[in-house]
Write a protein that binds this ligand. Structure first.
Ligand SMILES: NC(=O)c1ccc[n+]([C@@H]2O[C@H](COP(=O)([O-])OP(=O)(O)OC[C@H]3O[C@@H](n4cnc5c(N)ncnc54)[C@H](OP(=O)(O)O)[C@@H]3O)[C@@H](O)[C@H]2O)c1
Length: 308
């Protein structure tokens, strides 16, 4: 198949592109810069120049494809403080690509998240989307509303699926939440967690996330919600203690107010319980994670050696 991949130069996207190419697909990756375009070409993908803020361009590329893997997200805009704009652009992109694929029965996979979905037990694929989407004034709510929109594309003849990633998609080269926690611990001289640190984060290794992205595209049923989860939940105090041991730093428990100060833009997420299961996903697609667990990865030196 010819797959149009947005976010193709990103952390998950670059692994998914390699996975798709290895499986015999032809990949057209969205690139907004020369650097990203060069990386994609070097990997063996074709390049669609363009920006996530240009829905017409995205729609044209989607229309030329046999399927779309939408992994692009304006994290730079979101972390600068304009999450609402980034989420609005994501929604416009989904609307445009969905319209371009209408009536084609082609697959469309939207990446989303699962932060804070757990309610005293790991969140399953069946829950959280509609309830979270009601909460329009927070990041999870805005993205959940777009995920619901993506699933509704089924009604206009698009085989749409939502692929939810846990708070950490980890591995060597990670520039996401775990890398940020290590950097913050170094800068502040302490590896911290909120309260007792018993809230948990689900996790998956990047290689397993990429393989599931391919399977989602190739064979998930229309309308399915999939979870890229290997570790159902690792307690934040355990994550902090492991980092502290490697960095030779103390650990500390913070109040929610102190957490906002300590963790900056992560302050509102770190204390949330984001445990999750992937039982339905595994049964549906025969996906079994093979990569290292989060704690195995945190014992490797790559999270510590790249940090200046
Ligand atoms: N990584 C995680 O732990 C995690 C957890 C939960 C959910 N997710 C979700 O999974 C998806 C992929 O995440 P990721 O970690 O791979 O993200 P990432 O590494 O930040 O990559 C983002 C991608 O989007 C592209 N992009 C950003 N702004 C753009 C713009 N204006 N125009 C065109 N392209 C643009 C980037 O291009 P450049 O390379 O040119 O910057 C990059 O390819 C996202 O929806 C993310 O929210 C990820």
């Amino acid at each position: 198949m010819q797959i149009f991949v947005t976010g193709a130069s990103g952390w998950i996207g670059s692994a998914a592109v390699a996975e798709l190419l290895e499986s015999g697909h032809h990949v057209v990756g969205l690139a907004r810069s020369d650097t990203s375009a060069e990386r994609l070409e070097a990997a063996g993908a074709a390049v669609q120049r363009g920006d996530l803020t240009d829905p017409a361009n995205l729609a044209a590329a989607a229309a030329r494809s046999d399927g779309v893997l939408h992994l692009g997200f304006q994290h730079d805009v979101a972390w600068r403080g304009d999450f609402v704009q980034a989420a609005a652009n994501e929604r416009a992109a989904v609307e445009a690509m969905g319209a371009a694929l209408a009536g084609s029965d082609r697959p469309f996979v939207l990446a989303s998240g699962m932060i804070g979905l757990a309610r005293g037990r790991p969140a399953t694929e069946d829950e959280g989307l509609a309830a979270t989407a009601q909460v329009r004034n927070n990041p999870a709510g805005l993205r959940a509303a777009t995920a619901l929109l993506a699933l509704s594309l089924r009604g206009i003849g698009v085989r749409s699926r939502v692929l939810r990633f846990p708070p950490t998609v980890h591995g060597d080269g990670d520039h996401g939440f775990i890398r940020t926690l290590v950097q913050l611990a170094r800068e502040r001289g302490v590896a911290a967690y909120v309260g007792e640190g018993t809230n948990r984060w689900a996790a998956v290794h990047r290689s397993d996330a990429a393989r599931l992205a391919r399977l989602a595209l190739e064979s998930a049923p229309a309308g399915s919600v999939l979870h890229a989860v290997a570790d159902e939940g690792v307690a934040l105090h355990v994550i902090a203690e492991t980092m502290a041991r490697h960095l030779e730093l103390p650990t500390a428990s913070l109040s929610p107010a102190q957490a906002v100060e300590h963790f900056g833009h992560l302050g509102h997420f770190v204390g949330l319980d984001s445990a999750s299961t992937a039982s339905s996903t595994r049964a549906l697609l025969g996906w079994e994670p093979k990569g290292p667990s989060l704690l195995e990865d945190l014992e490797a030196d790559h999270y510590y050696r790249h940090v200046p």
